[in-house]
Write a protein that binds this ligand. Structure first.
Ligand SMILES: NC(=O)c1ccc[n+]([C@@H]2O[C@H](COP(=O)([O-])OP(=O)(O)OC[C@H]3O[C@@H](n4cnc5c(N)ncnc54)[C@H](OP(=O)(O)O)[C@@H]3O)[C@@H](O)[C@H]2O)c1
Length: 272
């Protein structure tokens, strides 16, 4: 497993996403993922499955400190009065004293960046989170985040071969912040893509594996594919035994011209 080192943190580059997995499914998939040597699990307050994820981690024959656990503060909890109680509730559900990474899930136009970043830094000072970061923050909001001096280690955003994230990637690399790729297989849309399929045939890999491998070959990029199926769980991590050539990477890079965004709710910020 590739690991990424950033500002003192060591993060397994491939993790398990748990969006849309209800408590019991999240419990089963987290348990199975840990057995398959996944050591990075991504959840969020709004997924409603922190309890299941936490139970699986608590019961697993894997030490808590060997699991990199991320949760995210829901946008309606960014207000000062609800921020810290919501984090305490998350820890309670997750059955742990700390998360490895605490993220601002989405910006909220009604709460100033400075206000929620202050709460996030306080959560870190209290020991609730070893590391902090943001999600769904385009560069104009990252400027404000960085102006607060917060030592963020990641921005979790949509990233896969079919979207153009050139501007954001460049910004993050310049500031030595990782990009955590969510929807790294475009919620399944990479399946059937001809270029990915053809490249995969050479290595005996499918389009999902080629997409994940392409992400893993980029500096300071992590990915958190989600699945509800055991065979997918196994194949999605089976990507560390082949390497795309520079020409294949370039062919995949060109797919970004399609610029397909799969996550774009009405409350999304102005994207880069
Ligand atoms: N910060 C944010 O705002 C945000 C937004 C979206 C997502 N996320 C995080 O990122 C994670 C991943 O993103 P996502 O859930 O949107 O989408 P994704 O991981 O790109 O795609 C998940 C979909 O792909 C399918 N799939 C998985 N492995 C497959 C395989 N090997 N072959 C064929 N199909 C496969 C899954 O179906 P099966 O269940 O049938 O395998 C599921 O329908 C989330 O779970 C969440 O943790 C964060």
């Amino acid at each position: 497993m590739k690991e990424i080192k950033i500002k003192g943190a060591t993060i397994p580059a491939l993790g398990l996403g748990t969006f849309q997995l209800e408590n019991e499914a999240a419990y089963e998939m987290t348990k199975a993922a840990l057995a398959e040597r996944y050591r990075h699990i991504d959840t969020a307050q709004i997924y409603g499955n922190e309890e299941g994820v936490g139970r699986a981690i608590q019961e697993a024959p894997v030490a808590r400190e060997d699991v990199f656990l991320t949760t995210k503060v829901f946008r309606e909890n960014l207000y000062k009065k609800s921020f810290m109680p919501s984090v305490e509730e998350s820890l309670n559900k997750l059955k742990t004293d700390y998360v490895d990474l605490l993220l601002i899930h989405w910006p909220n136009a009604n709460v100033p960046v400075e206000e929620y970043m202050k709460e996030l830094m306080t959560a870190q000072e209290k020991g609730y989170a070893r590391y902090i970061g943001v999600s769904n923050h385009p560069t104009h909001l990252l400027d404000k985040v960085l102006a607060t001096g917060a030592p963020i280690i990641t921005n979790q955003v949509e990233y896969h071969p079919l979207i153009n994230q050139e501007k954001l990637l460049k910004y993050l690399q310049e500031h030595h912040i990782t990009l955590t790729a969510y929807s790294p297989i475009a919620q399944g849309k990479v399946m059937g893509q001809e270029t990915l399929k053809k490249i995969g045939e050479k290595y005996g890999k499918n389009e999902v594996q080629v997409s994940l491998r392409w992400l893993m070959q980029q500096d300071e990029v992590l990915a958190i594919p989600r699945t509800s199926k055991l065979d997918h769980l196994k194949s999605n991590i089976n990507i560390f035994d082949f390497e795309l050539t520079p020409e294949e990477v370039q062919q995949i890079d060109r797919l970004k011209a399609e610029n397909t965004r799969v996550v774009n709710p009405p409350f999304a910020p102005q994207w880069d």
